[in-house]
Design a protein around this ligand. Structure first.
Ligand SMILES: Cc1cc2nc3c(=O)[nH]c(=O)nc-3n(C[C@H](O)[C@H](O)[C@H](O)COP(=O)(O)OP(=O)(O)OC[C@H]3O[C@@H](n4cnc5c(N)ncnc54)[C@H](O)[C@@H]3O)c2cc1C
Length: 407
């Protein structure tokens, strides 16, 4: 068996993988992009949700130039974004000819070198990366590359529901009655039941609560319990004079509901879901909650939306020398920058451009996109452009390279 060799392999054909591929094509690199499902798979899963970043924020200067798009300030849904932009990138010959869909990357290592060899040393770069995974037919395959960009996102790796991020007792056995992702309730919600529990206080939970607000107005049998571990009321963090109007709308609506504006959605603040059990009549499950001061209570639900965040899949690079943040599991240099008080906590707070931020102890291995933020939730597609610009300067060894500069 001969192993195919590339200058660069990109893992994941989401927004950041595709933008990286476009950049690689413009640089004339011999690259390959490996996608486990279909391009833009994550975006497609929450495709019905209106984005809070505008077209103009989401389309890169390079993409706009090549596709001749004049991106405006409109707010597309995830699916509109995919169809109007990312599908067009995928259709470009320079990308489609180098994209393999249905390829699940499982591990990356160095050909002929173990993890512990040449610790933090550039000699590791003398050994090509070896990428192991399975294609759409389940065949195991290796590829080799001089550089790897891991842009595999976090969306397929949800956190657990229970106390302190542990699984709740019974969580795994009730997996068929739990969704860790948003769902479009306009499509067949009755199959799920009438009594719902939503867990989480982030934007996904707020989006789900906003949907339930509408649903309870057209179906008077639907009832919802909204559980947040924060005891803060209202629970969702709102940004004063938020320029992201769609985000502001959803957060404000959810916060009003938490204060009692919809009597069919009850908010329980400061609780963890500790146990899930079967019921024989009525709603299918009984949930036991514990509060921060030790108080306990139960309620019933047919279906749970556990919107408690996502985490990076670290198995992909566990044979490599990646220095991870002990709190976020993101790559350390960027995590340290993001945790500086001056960095702010909102996705609009800029990360000062710095070409060294994306370097790992493992030479030529880069984690970009939402995965680069680890468990933090404030990644924006727009933040990926500085990442791509910086990393390609290293890959092509040109410290002034900037394909995003229009001049
Ligand atoms: C509900 C919701 C709304 C959001 N709204 C916005 C918004 O308005 N604006 C914004 O900027 N961001 C928004 N985000 C964040 C958004 O998801 C990211 O900005 C964007 O999708 C990040 O792109 P990415 O390429 O890093 O990851 P992803 O979009 O997750 O793409 C990763 C790709 O890698 C593939 N993959 C995963 N594992 C493997 C593997 N082992 N092998 C091969 N391929 C693999 C996946 O199938 C996927 O196609 C939102 C997120 C959610 C959940």
């Amino acid at each position: 068996m001969t192993t195919k060799k590339y200058d660069l392999i990109i893992i994941g054909a989401g927004p950041i993988g595709l933008e990286s591929a476009l950049y690689a094509a413009e640089c004339g690199l011999n690259f390959l992009i490996l996608e486990r499902e279909q391009p833009s798979a994550s975006l497609n899963k929450w495709g019905f949700v209106r984005m809070f970043s505008s077209m103009a924020m989401n389309v890169s200067p390079l993409g706009a130039r090549i596709l001749n798009i004049d991106a405006n300030g409109s707010y597309p849904t995830g699916r509109e974004m995919k169809e109007s932009y990312y599908d067009r990138l995928v259709a470009l010959e320079q990308i489609s000819s180098r994209l393999i869909s249905g390829f699940n990357v499982k591990k990356v290592s160095r050909s002929g070198l173990l993890k512990a060899a040449h610790t933090g040393d550039n000699r590791r770069a003398e050994y090509p990366f070896k990428i192991f995974g399975t294609d759409a037919n389940g065949w195991e395959t290796y590829y080799e590359a001089k550089a790897v960009i891991d842009a595999s996102g976090v969306y397929s790796n949800p956190n657990s529901l229970g106390p302190g991020g542990l699984p709740a007792i019974g969580e795994q056995t009730h997996a068929d009655k739990i969704s860790y992702h948003l769902r479009d309730l306009r499509r067949d919600y009755t199959r799920l039941g009438k009594t719902f529990c939503v867990v989480g206080a982030g934007h996904s939970a707020c989006t789900m609560i906003a949907q339930f607000d509408q649903l309870t107005r057209i179906d008077n049998e639907v009832n919802v319990v909204w559980v947040t571990t924060t005891s803060h009321k209202p629970p969702a963090v709102s940004v004063p004079d938020d320029p992201l109007v769609e985000r502001a709308r959803v957060v404000n609506l959810a916060n009003e509901i938490s204060c009692g504006s919809n009597p069919r959605i009850k908010h329980l603040a400061g609780y963890w879901v500790e146990e899930i059990r079967d019921r024989s009549t009525g709603p299918l499950m009984e949930l036991t909650l514990t509060g921060s001061d030790g108080d306990r209570g139960t309620f019933n639900a047919d279906f749970i939306f556990a919107l408690v965040g996502y985490r990076p899949d670290r198995e992909i690079y566990e044979e490599l020398q990646v220095h991870e943040c002990f709190a976020s599991s993101g790559p350390m240099k960027l995590a340290a920058r993001l945790s500086e008080p001056s960095a702010g906590t909102d996705c609009l707070d800029p990360v000062e451009p710095d070409d060294d931020l994306y370097i790992n102890p493992e030479p030529d291995f880069y984690i970009l996109g939402s995965k680069s933020y680890g468990r933090m939730t404030n990644f924006l597609i727009r933040n990926g452009y500085d990442q791509i610009r910086s990393v390609f300067r290293r890959i092509v060894k040109d410290k002034n390279l900037d394909l995003y500069n229009r001049s």
